[in-house]
Design a protein around this ligand. Structure first.
Ligand code: COA
Length: 167
């Protein structure tokens, strides 16, 4: 998405993020997670897209946005080759159709086009996303126990992954 597309997608992105949190995903936010809080988050992301500091992708089904992933490019000056993959999200109604895999593959292409040859991410241990990253040949660095909370308040371990992209 370019800056205009990102700004106009904020309401739909907020719905996807909120549905994931209320569905139990450990993705930064906790219930009740009002929709305005989700929109404020995506407005910040859209501003970063406008500044060229973030790649934002959308996945669509029947014309509606049902998934997203972002790559943070606004990293320190000594990491010009590095992008941080964040917020891979697919609405519960759109899952198991290959959208997340397609989003991740496109994110790698776009990151490479932006000159990023190292990608990093972290994800909840035992999550569907962890299985996807392993299947997509990401390398595990390690696990941080009790890194964050699940939406139900229980502790969630995180697994850190990286991937070097062939240029
Ligand atoms: C993780 C998530 C993005 C996957 O989205 P999706 O579009 O359903 O995923 P895909 O259909 O592309 O599946 C790709 C692979 O992921 C794995 N996967 C997806 N859902 C899975 C599940 N429920 N259980 C186990 N593995 C799963 C499988 O390896 C799958 O490949 P396969 O279909 O060939 O078996 C989605 O479940 C989601 O949004 N979860 C909540 C948010 C979240 O945790 N995001 C990750 C933040 S790091």
């Amino acid at each position: 998405m370019d800056a205009a597309a990102a700004a106009s997608a904020v309401p739909a992105l907020a719905e996807v993020l909120r549905a994931c949190v209320l569905g139990g995903a450990s993705v930064s936010f906790m219930p009740p997670f009002p929709i305005e809080e989700a929109r404020a988050f995506w407005r910040r992301m859209a501003k970063q897209v406008a500044m060229g500091e973030r790649i934002l992708l959308g996945a669509y089904a029947d014309g509606a946005l049902v998934g997203t992933v972002t790559v943070d490019l606004g990293l320190p000056p000594n990491q010009p080759h590095h992008g941080a993959v964040q917020k891979l999200l697919v609405h519960p109604h759109g899952r198991r159709r290959g959208l997340a895999r397609a989003l991740m593959r496109r994110a790698e292409q776009e990151a490479l086009a932006a000159g990023r040859t190292l990608l990093t991410l972290d994800t909840a241990r035992g999550s569907a996303a962890e299985a996807l990253y392993r299947d997509e040949n990401w390398t595990e660095v390690g696990v941080i126990p009790h890194f964050a909370m699940n939406p139900d308040g229980s502790w969630c371990d995180t697994v850190i992954f990286y991937k070097h992209l062939a240029s």
